[in-house]
Design a protein around this ligand. Structure first.
Ligand SMILES: [Zn+2]
Length: 471
């Protein structure tokens, strides 16, 4: 009973303090707005304040406002009793420390209380936790840094941030922040969709979406190489038996397809989900591989179950076929037309070398394939390419997958014959960020960046930050 009374008093005092702090910030803001108004007035007079002056004044006012706001928020720690974030014990004020906080308008110097735990002895700055300041950066600054870091190499991202926002964060900090945000995005995605441990209850999944008449859920999978550090390719063979210089990023795209008024397939707006990672998709006895789990997780996040997938398209690689056969056995499983065409072009070049003859034959073969004349393609390859290993390889490739190459039929039914979406995703998610000159990745460094890019392209990056703000 007595305990509750103490807690109640405690709660009341905290609420009062919070109200006081809010009032103070509001007064500061009012003062700032008044200064803005004065500034505006000064600039509206003819021949006054050149543009450069206006900008630097605006920044100065914003910085001053941030400094005061943070100062107020950080100065409230001295008397308030606190609990240790590690053990829950009572804490005492150990000292006040000067700290620089990077806000979106610039670095602000503040004083923050460091409190030490009476029980476990660990110390922390409670205001950092409360204001969600990490690595001396506010939430908005971390967002800005991670966006830049997801778009360009860290050195370039640092330049961009300096140029566009006037912040000096440094490449290392941008790299760390990008990684941390990507890892947190992934951890939260997992926590929202998977049981914490084997046997523990599963979280409530998003509501299952139903597909409308004429709509098809499509899944496309593909792989693409990410240049890797030598330490990441130990024991992995690359092309021609040499040691591998890349690791394969596996990329997936989910989308709902329907027909437009003219009967052509189109993607339902807002239905695209992208996912990518350098991880295993190998058959795992008694469980699922990492990438397999990712695929199932993203299906669930989109509000679908594996049996909803009606159309599965991939490059014909072994892991793609296995995932399709295991999870979408009732779907139309298709070898991406453009991958198949690449093989035909390779055969034509092996037969005729580079030039018009090869191009003419390749076009003829592609035309036949698209028209559903697989027998004719095979006959041509075996006749004209007789004795050539590349032509024999391509013939075997086509023969083995012929039931997944009925392109005439798919076109007639309004189904897409190419994994255009995932091809584009390979380029946008992986290629543009991961394959720049001189880049060499570790798997641990690449995956958070890939995931961050998927979140941005998939449109749920904003949700993440809004959730953080709400918390
Ligand atoms: Zn403690």
């Amino acid at each position: 009973m007595a305990k509750r009374t103490v807690d109640e008093l405690d709660g009341k005092r905290k609420r009062e303090e919070a109200r006081e702090a809010r009032d103070e910030v509001r007064r500061e803001l009012d003062a700032t707005m008044a200064r803005f108004a004065t500034l505006e007035l000064a600039c509206s007079e003819p021949g006054s304040a050149p543009a450069a002056l206006l900008d630097s004044r605006l920044r100065a006012v914003a910085l001053e406002s941030a400094r005061r706001g943070l100062g107020v928020a950080c100065g409230k720690d001295d008397t308030a009793p606190g609990t240790c974030p590690d053990c829950g014990g009572r804490t005492r004020l150990s000292r006040r420390e000067k700290a620089a906080v990077e806000t979106v308008v610039g670095a602000v110097r503040v004083e923050m209380a460091r409190r030490a735990c009476r029980e476990c002895g660990r110390s922390s700055r409670p205001r950092e936790r409360l204001l969600d300041i990490r690595g001396s950066m506010t939430l908005a600054t971390r967002r800005l840094a991670s966006v830049a870091g997801s778009e360009a190499c860290h050195e370039r991202a640092d330049e961009l941030v300096r140029e566009l926002a006037g912040l000096n964060l440094g490449a290392k900090r941008i790299e760390r922040t990008t990684r941390a945000v990507g890892a947190d995005l992934e951890a939260r995605r997992k926590a929202a969709l998977e049981p914490a441990a084997a046997g523990s209850p599963a979280p409530a999944l998003p509501e299952r979406k139903s597909l409308k008449e004429g709509q098809t859920l499509c899944c496309a999978l593909d792989g693409t190489g990410v240049p890797a550090r030598p330490s990441e390719t130990v024991g992995r063979a690359g092309k021609d038996g040499e040691r591998a210089v890349t690791r394969e990023a596996k990329v997936g795209a989910l989308r709902v397809s329907e027909r437009d008024g003219g009967g052509r397939p189109r993607t339902v707006p807002g239905s695209v989900v992208l996912f990518a990672a350098v991880e295993s998709a190998a058959e795992t006895p008694g469980g699922e591989s990492e990438f397999e789990r990712r695929l199932l997780r993203e299906l669930a996040a989109a509000g679908h179950a594996p049996e909803d997938v009606g159309f599965a398209v991939g490059d014909g690689a072994g892991w793609v076929r296995r995932l399709f056969d295991d999870w979408f056995p009732k779907s139309e499983r298709v070898v991406d037309y453009y991958h198949a065409a690449e093989h035909l072009w390779a055969a034509a070049r092996a037969r005729h070398g580079p030039g018009d003859l090869a191009a003419a034959w390749a076009r003829k073969l592609c035309g036949m394939l698209k028209a559903g004349r697989v027998d004719d393609v095979l006959a041509e390859l075996r006749q004209r390419g007789a004795g050539l290993p590349e032509c024999e390889r391509v013939a075997a490739y086509v023969a083995e997958r012929r039931d997944r190459m009925r392109y005439d039929d798919y076109v007639r039914r309004g189904l897409p014959i190419g994994s255009g979406r995932v091809e584009a995703a390979c380029k946008t998610v992986v290629g543009r960020r991961m394959k720049c000159t001189g880049m060499r990745w570790t798997v641990a460094g690449a995956n958070p960046v890939l995931w961050l890019r998927c979140a941005r392209l998939g449109g749920w990056f904003d949700d993440y930050w809004n959730d953080r703000l709400a918390a």
